[in-house]
Design a protein around this ligand. Structure first.
Ligand code: ADP
Ligand code: MG
Length: 245
């Protein structure tokens, strides 16, 4: 099973109007694999991972996620959303709901859980991200790092098979980055399949099985972190690493 791809993108091309944002993307991800995606702003990183839970559609190519063909028609959206959790740069919590309610809403609506069941699951994951005591508060009463941990817990309440992270620490004050990265490291250690767009190269080094560098809508190169950082092959990768390291 572990050699089987849980995500398969084949010759994926996407345009926004005239502008080609993804060009010939081929990407296979094994179950349990941890991938870090980096690259300059505008290179298509967000678009790429948003295709995996069908927040974006593509005009050409094939995307199959856990056996669900996303390029075969609209009816597979709900199925894939139930399997793929996503965490954004801006935490996207519902401001008018408590932390607990943020976590129980989707499981009650789309997993058919009772309130009691959903609350039990929510408390389990809020405990796991180490903020069970915040359950009754509203998002605005929490720090950015705490809100992002709630966003992670909320995604986990849906029991996803895959977690997507789009620059989850970019909007955080520096002192809160570590608590969120530590939460993500914990998830990785538990065997979650993860794709993380991040420029936290320390995280990439310690957690990633593979680092992917994108530029101009293409995967320019990919390698295990040791090789990626010590021996980047493409000039654009070297330049990028030179700027951020
Ligand atoms: P990254 O995450 O690497 O910064 P994005 O995937 O967000 O890159 O965007 C890639 C390019 O596509 C950028 O030039 C961006 O301006 C453009 N783009 C992103 N979303 C849209 C959209 N909804 N409509 C038009 N252009 C877009
Ligand atoms: Mg982005």
């Amino acid at each position: 099973m572990t050699t089987e791809s849980i995500i398969r993108m084949e010759a994926v091309n996407k345009w926004y109007g005239e502008f080609q944002v993804l060009t010939g993307i081929d990407l296979s991800v094994r179950q349990g694999e941890r991938i870090v995606i980096c690259g300059p702003s505008g290179s298509g990183k967000s678009t790429l991972i948003r295709c995996i839970n069908r927040l974006e559609t593509v005009q050409k190519g094939r995307i199959v996620v856990d056996g669900i063909d996303l390029t075969a028609g609209g009816k597979n959206v709900d199925a894939v959303r139930a399997e793929v959790g996503m965490v954004f740069q801006q935490f996207n919590l519902f401001p008018h709901l408590t932390i607990l309610e943020n976590c129980t809403l989707a499981p009650m609506r789309s997993r058919g859980m009772t309130k009691a069941q959903a609350e039990e699951v929510a408390m389990k994951y809020l405990t796991r991200v180490r903020i069970p005591e915040q359950a009754g508060k509203y998002p605005s009463q929490l720090s950015g790092g705490q809100q992002q941990r709630v966003a992670i817990a909320r995604a986990l309440c849906m029991a996803p098979k895959i977690m997507l992270f789009d620059e989850p620490t970019s909007a955080l004050d520096p002192e809160m980055v570590k608590e969120v990265l530590d939460t993500m490291i914990g998830l990785a250690e538990d065997g979650m399949t993860m794709l993380c767009v991040t420029h936290e190269m320390g995280f990439a080094r310690s957690v990633a099985d593979r680092v992917i560098f994108m530029a101009d809508g293409k995967i320019v190169e990919q390698a295990p972190p040791g090789e990626f950082f010590s021996n980047p092959k493409d000039e654009r990768t070297r330049q990028f690493l030179g700027q951020i390291l």
